[in-house]
Design a protein around this ligand. Structure first.
Ligand code: IDP
Ligand code: MG
Length: 143
């Protein structure tokens, strides 16, 4: 067990349904701390770059359209095993298959509109945090 940081997005569907607080409450109850947070409207170029790993997938264009349809909250979460813990609190990609009480079960609609993003490994967490937050900004926010 180690203190880690991971990257999280509250997606446009969850922001639109007034669930920012509901999502953050579950992250906090699950043992994670928000150490950086900002509301942004992703540009198409940002969404394409952020999800470039999926560019050959059939859902890529629809995913980019979805992620740019409204504001999102980008945040850095910290805690014990934060990367895996966040994925557990989020639940499965498809909300229909997500465990009861998970964010995606509570606030997701379908496999695309699934309320939250969370990094899947230390390397992607570092890349995704750096995509949205500078080192200087994070240093300013450090406790
Ligand atoms: P993850 O968000 O659980 O890590 P990924 O497979 O990395 O899932 O997919 C990234 C995002 O792309 C998902 O969160 C979801 O919004 C969307 N997505 C994944 N699979 C599908 C699909 O089969 N149809 C439509 N959208 C999908
Ligand atoms: Mg993923």
């Amino acid at each position: 067990m180690a203190i880690e940081r991971t990257f999280s997005i509250i997606k446009p569907d969850a922001v639109a349904r007034n669930a920012i607080g509901g999502v953050v409450a579950r992250l906090e109850e699950g043992g994670l701390r928000v150490v950086a947070s900002r509301m942004v409207r992703l540009t198409e170029a940002q969404a394409r770059a952020f999800y470039a790993v999926h560019k050959e997938r059939p859902f890529y264009n629809d995913l980019v359209t979805f992620m740019t349809e409204g504001p999102v909250v980008v945040q850095v979460l910290e805690g014990e095993d934060a990367i895996l813990r966040n994925r557990q609190i989020m639940g499965a990609t498809n909300p229909e298959k997500a465990d009861a009480g998970t964010i995606r079960k509570l606030f997701g609609t379908n496999i695309e509109r699934n309320a939250v993003h969370g990094s899947d490994a230390p390397e992607t967490a570092a890349q995704e945090i750096a995509f949205f937050f500078s080192g200087a900004e994070l240093a300013t926010l450090a406790r």
